[in-house]
Design a protein around this ligand. Structure first.
Ligand SMILES: [Zn+2]
Length: 234
């Protein structure tokens, strides 16, 4: 038997009384596990497997889908469980992780970001937590945007008045190179910089979270398009 911590990414009903869970775990990465008889009325296991909890899972590994023997909630996130906006962010974070990870590939960077984001979600506004997750996840994947120089001419950005985004070369570019492009706002550029390069604790300590939350729609659209773009490499 094996033991690990994990979060539920998704679940589906199988056979008459069973459920199949997809977890992202600390030790084994993404795995599929079957919980037997959890849909019977007296199942004790079922309550321990409810997202968004941090769960200690004990399971019998199999070649394809292992079998859960016991599960125990190690940390429950009650505000996230009750608040629909927070829970939706949990689900969206889970979906992004699910779509970018391979089965049975442990990844401590992804695990740490996932774990930190779920803990942050309980305490902070769901908008800043989601944007922070997306920017940091893009960076972990190795696709973090270059914030310091133009993607085209390599000129430093510090003297720039206007910033553009090159949709073909996929990166920020300067005014000279971006003549025929639509400019993006300096605030959006700086927000992406902060979210990519500053730890979450530092962002809230410097009170940068509120101005970023106010621009949620713009930043979210930018980061979602970014994620969609890099998906083709996975
Ligand atoms: Zn340039």
């Amino acid at each position: 038997m094996l033991t690990t911590y994990g979060f539920v990414l998704n679940k589906k009903e199988v056979r008459e009384f069973d459920r199949e869970y997809c977890f992202f775990t600390k030790k084994y990465g993404k795995i599929h596990l079957i919980a037997k008889a959890v849909r019977k009325p007296l199942s004790k296991l079922s309550a321990q497997l409810e997202p968004p909890s941090l769960i200690e899972i004990v399971f019998v590994p199999m070649s394809d889908k292992g079998l859960i023997t016991t599960a125990l909630v190690k940390k429950s996130f009650l505000k996230t469980h009750k608040n629909l906006n927070k829970f939706r962010v949990y689900t969206r974070i889970s979906d992004v992780i699910n779509s970018f990870t391979e089965f049975k590939q442990p990844d401590s960077l992804v695990w740490n970001l996932f774990n930190l984001s779920i803990n942050n979600l309980e305490q902070w506004n769901s908008k800043i937590v989601e944007l922070n997750f997306l920017a940091k996840f893009i960076k972990i994947l190795g696709f973090g945007p270059n914030i310091s120089t133009c993607i085209n001419c390599q000129k430093k950005f510090k003297d720039q008045k206007k910033i553009y985004f090159d949709n073909h070369k996929w990166g920020f570019c300067c005014e000279d190179c971006g003549k025929n492009m639509k400019p993006i706002s300096w605030q959006l550029f700086k927000s992406v910089d902060v979210l990519t390069n500053l730890d979450f604790a530092e962002i809230v300590k410097r009170e940068l979270n509120e101005p970023i939350e106010l621009r949620y729609n713009d930043i979210y659209t930018f980061l979602k398009n970014y994620i969609k773009y890099i998906k083709k490499y996975f």
